[in-house]
Design a protein around this ligand. Structure first.
Ligand code: 3HC
Length: 295
């Protein structure tokens, strides 16, 4: 079975940067493709910032930082990724955008190269045809923040070969992460359970069971979660949670996955959580304060 040596990462946003960082840190020459040089630079700076924080916390050594940075390249031309053994896609959650990339890559990638999507909401099989290699296409789903979260879901479709799945599992272990295997059904394992949990927290707030702070405190101190559900919603992004919930609702047609009205209204208001400065909490205050939602 051919080992993965070189990695190509498509998209240098939050997830793409994190994936590139852990891949480079594990010794894989890793090329990040962004659509502009400015975005490539933004990705490089994000990785440098994370490494600096890791050093500050005593979790990353100077040697690890230079290995990681030495293994990274940032490009805009897809052709520069042609010699990758594994492509991990972390671009916008838009099937047309992803499929256009896969079909371009199929023209230039080696026949034995594996195509992996980090999608959290789309069905992997919907990309398999465009990839031109349905047996070598699968999902490799990381969690945010990628350098800190140990878990990676390895998602097989109905056409993924056993060898492809095995190569992906070996790659994830080589990153020092813990893989779990999942089928290509919406939500895989973690979001299948996490999305209804976050939805239930919003419903509890809508029906005035308790305040944002007390629901968060309840799950942190009563169930040992590192973050309460509203802090987590703001951390993941309300638009992202909304989109995943919509897709899961469309797939399963069960009300437990339906996005609650308050979530939709907050997304419409541009209250997307930490990334927009305001969600269930207002991040213009330090420490953040609960937002007024007119409830
Ligand atoms: N590099 C390396 N290590 C770092 C680091 C860095 N840049 N920054 C922090 N660390 C280390 C710290 O030293 C600490 O290690 P220790 O526990 O051994 O002391 C550990 O990482 C935790 O760091 P912090 O103390 O800064 O932060 P917290 O204790 O507040 O934890 C957190 C932060 C890990 C984000 C934690 O709050 C958490 O696990 N939250 C839940 C996150 C979660 O659920 N993510 C999944 C979201 S869902 C998703 O991604 C799926 C998608 O499809 C939607």
């Amino acid at each position: 079975m051919k080992k993965i040596r070189k990695v190509g990462v498509l998209g240098g946003g939050l997830m793409g940067s994190g994936i590139a960082q852990v891949s480079a840190a594990a010794g894989f020459p890793t090329t990040v493709r962004e659509v502009s040089e400015a975005l490539g630079e933004k990705s490089r700076l994000a990785i440098e910032k994370s490494l600096a924080k890791g050093i500050e916390r005593g979790k990353v050594t100077e040697a690890e930082r230079s290995t990681t940075l030495g293994n990274l390249r940032f490009v805009t031309d897809l052709k520069e990724l042609a010699d990758s053994d594994l492509f991990i896609e972390a671009v916008v959650e838009d099937l047309d955008v992803k499929n256009s990339l896969w079909s371009q890559l199929d023209q230039i990638a080696r026949p034995d190269a594996i195509f992996a999507s980090n999608t959290s909401s789309l069905t992997i099989i919907a990309m398999a045809t465009a990839s031109g290699r349905p047996d070598r296409m699968l999902g490799i789903h990381f969690f945010n923040p990628v350098p800190l979260m140990k878990l990676v879901e390895v998602v097989r479709t109905i056409t993924t070969s056993e060898e492809t799945e095995q190569r992906a599992l070996d790659f994830v272990r080589a990153l020092g992460k813990e893989p779990i295997r999942a089928k290509d059904s919406s939500g895989f394992v973690v979001n299948l359970l996490l999305i209804p949990y976050m939805i239930d927290a919003i419903k509890a707030l809508e029906s005035n069971v308790a305040s944002v702070e007390d629901i968060d405190k309840g799950m942190q101190l009563g169930a040992g979660h590192p973050m309460g559900p509203f802090t987590l919603l703001d951390f993941v992004g309300l638009d992202t949670v909304y989109k995943i919930a919509e897709i899961m609702f469309t797939e399963y047609r069960e009300s437990r996955y339906a996005p609650p009205p308050l979530l939709r209204r907050m997304v419409l208001a541009g209250m997307l959580g930490r990334k927009s400065g305001k969600g269930f909490y207002d991040y213009s205050f330090n420490p953040p304060r609960v937002s007024s939602l007119g409830l």
